[in-house]
Design a binder for this molecule. Structure first.
Ligand code: NDP
Length: 277
């Protein structure tokens, strides 16, 4: 277990290696803030950045990549097609717009942001074609429940390699994790820190004191030991560093189970079975 490191990767079903830890940048709406965060993350050793067209910061991600001085192939860049761009033709167009904004030739991962009813199977066909054309190294979905995945798999030629979902100790998503494991799909946690909602938790604070780590580090380590890919968001370089400093301790099985017991099926984000955007 201690062999995990910041350069650890998950092997996706097509063999692509995706970093186990990436930087989330939802709600980073100022250029300077984004450049500082992304460049700090890359200097610390992060290689994966998670954006989306709806975040409105793709252009700055491209700029940060250029300023970092790293080769494109050393980095793993994710973006997502927004709901109003779904459908076959609209998705192709949205993908090209994202690529152009970032000034990139390809994406490492492209996701369907939300399962828009009546649209997502056609959106998926567009992702499959972009993948076959070599414009995306891996394709996946986000916020898909088991019912959406079962429906998608009826017509999909290629299985989603990733499902990016809200996941943290208060929303452990065990059924979706089991389903994903059966279908060779990796789970990526968004809001891995519950958007800051876990820092007062007594159990997590006790574990943090015991290990001499922060609550954020305990929670991120729990994700990693569960085989989950994480993309904690921070704009503060010291926290970006803290969120990647997870490799000098290990949670025991009873400690993992103690964190598992916090599951309360509690969402901080929208319900994928009932959203209206
Ligand atoms: P997170 O669980 O990553 O929490 C982020 C919050 O925690 C911020 O307020 C941040 O503040 C704070 N924080 C981060 N690290 C620490 C730390 N070590 N100590 C104290 N506070 C900390 O929530 P997100 O919703 O941002 O999720 C992560 C990423 O997932 C997003 O940025 C985005 O890329 C993706 N996402 C995807 C969604 C989807 O529908 N597919 C939906 C939502 C998010 P500060 O910045 O001030 O440090």
């Amino acid at each position: 277990m201690n062999k995990l490191s910041l350069s650890s990767t998950a092997a996706l079903s097509n063999g692509v290696k995706m970093p186990r830890i990436g930087l989330g940048i939802f709600k980073v709406e100022k250029e300077e803030e984004l450049l500082t965060a992304v460049i700090a993350a890359i200097e610390i050793g992060y290689r994966s950045i998670d954006t989306a067209s709806i975040y409105g910061n793709e252009e700055w991600v491209g700029e940060a990549i250029r300023q970092s001085g790293f080769n494109r192939e050393e980095l793993f860049i994710t973006s997502k097609v927004w709901n109003s761009d779904q459908g076959y033709e609209a998705t192709l167009k949205a993908f090209n717009t994202s690529l152009k904004k970032m000034g990139l030739e390809y994406l490492d991962l492209y996701l369907i942001h939300w399962p828009v009813e009546g649209k997502y199977t056609e959106t998926w066909r567009a992702l499959e074609d972009l993948y076959k054309d070599g414009k995306i190294k891996a394709i996946g979905v986000s916020n898909f429940q088991i019912s959406h995945l079962e429906n998608l798999l009826k017509t999909a030629e290629i299985k989603p390699m990733i499902n990016q979902i809200e996941l943290h100790p208060k929303l452990a998503q065990t059924e979706l994790r089991d389903f994903a494991a059966k279908h060779d799909m990796h789970i990526e946690a968004w809001a891995p820190l519950m958007q800051g909602g876990l820092f007062e938790n007594g159990v997590l604070n006790e574990l943090a004191a015991k290990h001499g780590k922060s609550v954020a580090q305990i929670v991120l380590r729990w994700h990693l030991q569960n085989g989950i890919i994480v993309i904690p968001k921070s704009t503060k370089p010291h926290r970006i560093k803290e969120n990647a400093d997870l490799f000098d301790f290990e949670l025991s099985q009873p400690e993992m189970e103690l964190i598992d017991s916090l599951d309360a099926h509690l969402r901080v984000g929208p319900d994928p079975d009932n959203f209206d955007f």
